[in-house]
Write a protein that binds this ligand. Structure first.
Ligand SMILES: Nc1nc2c(ncn2[C@@H]2O[C@H](COP(=O)(O)OP(=O)(O)OP(=O)(O)O)[C@@H](O)[C@H]2O)c(=O)[nH]1
Ligand SMILES: [K+]
Ligand SMILES: [Mg+2]
Length: 458
C-alpha cells in the first residue's frame, strides 16, 4: 500500500551511478520547509525560479554541495503538491549525503516506485493512460517507441477513450430520461434514436481493436526467431546481426540449447532477435528441451528466419519444414564468395497446415557477411509493416484491450435490445469499462499494479 498523502516523499529521480548532475525530488507539504532548512534561509525562492546555492545539513551545518534548487508551489507542479527539485552534482557520495540528510528531516520518507506519478494521477494532473505513457517513455529504447509513448503521455489515447465515454454517457442520459418520462411522440421509445450513437462508438471500438496489436507489439518489440537444423549457422547469423559474439558458435551440432536474445534497433523500431537450438530428434534431454522451447518460441514469433545450409539446399529437413509458415524468410547460408546465382529468389511449397506458400529466399554467408545488406533491408520492411501506423493513436496495452473487449460486448448486447432498461444497463457497464482504462471509476485495486511497475523517483 502507498502511504498517506500527507507524507512528504523524496527520491533520486535521475539514474543511479556517477554522472555530472543528479536530480533529487521532494513532493508534499513539507517540501518547502525542507528546502528552507537546506538553504538556511527563512523565505522560499520564487516559485519556478532556479537558484544556485550551497546545500547544508541543517543539523551539522556541513556543506553537502552547491546545487540548483527549484521550488514548485502546488498545484502548479508535476504531482499537484508542493515540489522541490535539487540538481546536485552527480557523485555517489553527494547523492548519498543529501538523501541521508533528507531522511533525517521531520515528516519525510523515501518515495515508493511510481509514487510521484501516482500522486499526479490522484491529484487529477493526468489520466491513467497518460501515466502509463510516462512509464513507456522512460522504457522507450527506439524512436518509434518514443513517438508512441509521447502521444500517449500527451493524452491522445485518454482523449479518444473519454470521447467514447462521453458519447455513451449522453446516450445513457437520453434513455434514462425516456424511462422516467416516456414520450408519447416516440412510440418505439428512445432506443432506436440513440442506436446510431451506440453503433458509432461500437464501430470505432471494433476498428481500434482490430489493429493487429501494432501498438502493443511496438512496446514489446517485433519478435524474430532464427530456426533451422543443427549447424546451419543460426548462431553465426545472430552474432552478425548483433555485431557481437552473443552466442557460442562451433562446428559441433547441438551447440545452442537455450534461447539467446538480442535487442536490435531496425530503422527506429525495436526488434528482439532470438537464436534457438538446432531442430532435430535428440536422445539428449537438455537438447530436446531446447528444441521444445525453440518450437514454442516460433509459435509466438512475428517473423521466422529459417536457416538452411547450402549443402542441404533445396532439401529442408522435416523438423524445420514443420515450422515454415507465411511469416517465414528462407536463408540459404554458407554461400561464401560464390555468386549464389542458382538460388531462386522465391520458394514455393506447402506449410505444415497445407497452405500454399511463396516465400522470399536470400543467399547469405554468416561468415563473410555476404547478403546481409539485402537481409537487413527486407527485415526493416517487414518490421515497419508490422509496427508502423499512420492515423489515430493505437491501443498499447492488454489491460486496455481487455476492458475495450468487455465494453464492446456490452454495446453489442445493448444494440440488440429494444427494451430501454436493458439497453441502459448495457451502456452503463460499457461506460464503466472505459472508465477503468482512464481511471474514472473504481481503479483503487489497479493502482498498485500499474504504478508498481515504475521505478523509484518517477
Ligand atoms: N563456411 C561457412 N561456415 C559457416 C557459416 N556460418 C556458420 N558457419 C560454420 O558452421 C558451423 C556451425 O555454426 P553455428 O553458428 O554454430 O550453427 P548453429 O546453427 O547455431 O548450430 P547449433 O547451435 O548447433 O544448432 C560453425 O563451424 C560455423 O563456423 C558460413 O556462412 N560459411
Ligand atoms: K553448432
Ligand atoms: Mg547455435
Amino acid at each position: 500500500m502507498q502511504g498517506s498523502q500527507t507524507d512528504t516523499i523524496f527520491a533520486l529521480s535521475s539514474g543511479a551511478g556517477r554522472a555530472g548532475v543528479a536530480v533529487i525530488r521532494l513532493s508534499g507539504p513539507m517540501a518547502g520547509a525542507t528546502l528552507r532548512a537546506l538553504l538556511g534561509r527563512d523565505n522560499l525562492p520564487k516559485a519556478r525560479h532556479a537558484i544556485y546555492a550551497p546545500i547544508r545539513d541543517p543539523k551539522t551545518d556541513e556543506r553537502l554541495d552547491d546545487a540548483v534548487a527549484i521550488y514548485f508551489a502546488g498545484p502548479a507542479s508535476f504531482t499537484g503538491e508542493d515540489v522541490v527539485e535539487l540538481h546536485t552534482h552527480g557523485g555517489r557520495a553527494v547523492i548519498d549525503g543529501v538523501l541521508e540528510c533528507l531522511a533525517a528531516q521531520p515528516g519525510l520518507r523515501i518515495a515508493e516506485p511510481g509514487e510521484y506519478t501516482r500522486r499526479a494521477f490522484e491529484n487529477g494532473k493526468m489520466d491513467l493512460t497518460a501515466a502509463e505513457g510516462i512509464a513507456d517513455l522512460i522504457d522507450a529504447e527506439t524512436a518509434a517507441q518514443r513517438r508512441q509513448a509521447v502521444r500517449q503521455m500527451a493524452g491522445e489515447l485518454g482523449a479518444l477513450y473519454e470521447d467514447w465515454r462521453a458519447r455513451l454517457m449522453k446516450a445513457l442520459a437520453y434513455i434514462e430520461a425516456d424511462i422516467d418520462f416516456p414520450d408519447e411522440d416516440l412510440p418505439g421509445g428512445i432506443v432506436p434514436v440513440v442506436r446510431g450513437d451506440l453503433a458509432y462508438v461500437h464501430g470505432e471500438m471494433t476498428r481500434h481493436l482490430a489493429d493487429n496489436r501494432r501498438g502493443e507489439r511496438l512496446r514489446e518489440g517485433f519478435q524474430i526467431v532464427i530456426l533451422g537444423a543443427p549447424n546451419a549457422g543460426k548462431s553465426s547469423l545472430l552474432n552478425r546481426l548483433a555485431r557481437r559474439d552473443a552466442a557460442i558458435v562451433s562446428e559441433i551440432a547441438g551447440t545452442t540449447r537455450d534461447m539467446i536474445e538480442v535487442h536490435l534497433d531496425l530503422g527506429g523500431f525495436p526488434v528482439t532477435m532470438v537464436d534457438t537450438a538446432g531442430l532435430r530428434e535428440s536422445g539428449d534431454v537438455i537438447e530436446t528441451e531446447g528444441v521444445r522451447r525453440a518450437t514454442a518460441r516460433a509459435e509466438d514469433a512475428d517473423l521466422r528466419l529459417v536457416v538452411v545450409d547450402r549443402g542441404d539446399w533445396p532439401r529442408i529437413d522435416a523438423e524445420t519444414a514443420r515450422l515454415i509458415d507465411r511469416n517465414t524468410i528462407l536463408l540459404i547460408n554458407k554461400v561464401d564468395g560464390t555468386d549464389a546465382g542458382n538460388v531462386p529468389a522465391v520458394w514455393s511449397g506447402q506449410s505444415a497446415g497445407a497452405d500454399q506458400l511463396e516465400l522470399p529466399v536470400l543467399p547469405i554467408s554468416a561468415m563473410t557477411g555476404q547478403g546481409m545488406e539485402s537481409l537487413l533491408q527486407l527485415l526493416e520492411t517487414r518490421v515497419k509493416e508490422g509496427l508502423d501506423f499512420a492515423g489515430p493513436v493505437p491501443l498499447t496495452r492488454l489491460r486496455h484491450r481487455q476492458a475495450l473487449e468487455r465494453a464492446s460486448d456490452h454495446l453489442d448486447r445493448g444494440l440488440q435490445t429494444d427494451i430501454a432498461e436493458l439497453a441502459a444497463e448495457d451502456i452503463r457497464l460499457a461506460v464503466r469499462e472505459i472508465g477503468k482504462i482512464t481511471g474514472r471509476v473504481d481503479v483503487e485495486d489497479l493502482l498498485d499494479i500499474i504504478f508498481g511497475d515504475f521505478c523509484i523517483g518517477k
